[in-house]
Design a binder for this molecule. Structure first.
Ligand code: ADP
Length: 154
């Protein structure tokens, strides 16, 4: 059984995240979505809300498990016998941060490898923060987030 962990803030989850998740499901037997919590970082939604929104939007997908953790992603992956981490890449601006993160994770444990999936062309502009900004301005974001998020933005 091939297991991957898809870690992120998911604050909140977007259709960009869900697209990466669905494509990761085609590559692995199980994908654990990990809401990584950082007590030093302020967030739009609580950890519980973020987990709940992801659970609601992935209901029916038997390959997906959703949970949260405050520790190191690599340690979590090892504990859950996962072999790979999933990350998404949008613009070149994502690359530097993602490359550094993947390298740090490789330093911690080279046996856990990171798989990158490119954002779909129509989803490259979607980010959690842009969703919040647009929703606050009254822009209709119903095509950009699942209904579990939409109802909580209102
Ligand atoms: P983090 O704070 O760990 O970057 P995010 O929730 O912002 O958490 O993102 C998690 C992962 O999903 C990152 O690898 C990010 O690049 C990717 N991602 C975010 N939005 C999109 C999108 N629209 N298309 C593809 N990948 C995305």
């Amino acid at each position: 059984m091939k297991i991957a962990v898809y870690p992120g803030s998911f604050d909140p989850i977007t259709n960009g995240h869900l697209d990466i998740l669905n494509r990761a499901c085609a590559l692995f037997d199980k994908v654990i979505v990990l809401v990584a919590t950082n007590p030093n970082k302020s967030s739009n939604f609580s950890t519980e809300e973020r987990v709940e929104m992801i659970k609601e939007s992935t209901k029916g997908n038997k390959k997906v498990e959703v949970t949260s953790d405050s520790g190191l992603t690599v340690e979590f992956a090892k504990k859950r016998k996962a072999t790979h981490l999933i990350r998404g890449l949008r613009a070149v601006s994502d690359f530097e941060y993602e490359f550094q993160l993947a390298s740090a994770n490789e330093f911690i444990d080279p046996k856990i490898d990171t798989v990158f999936l490119m954002a779909r062309g129509d989803k490259t502009f979607i980010s959690s923060s842009s969703i919040i900004t647009m929703a606050k301005q009254g822009i209709d974001v119903s095509k950009l987030v699942p209904s579990s998020v939409l109802k909580r933005l209102k």
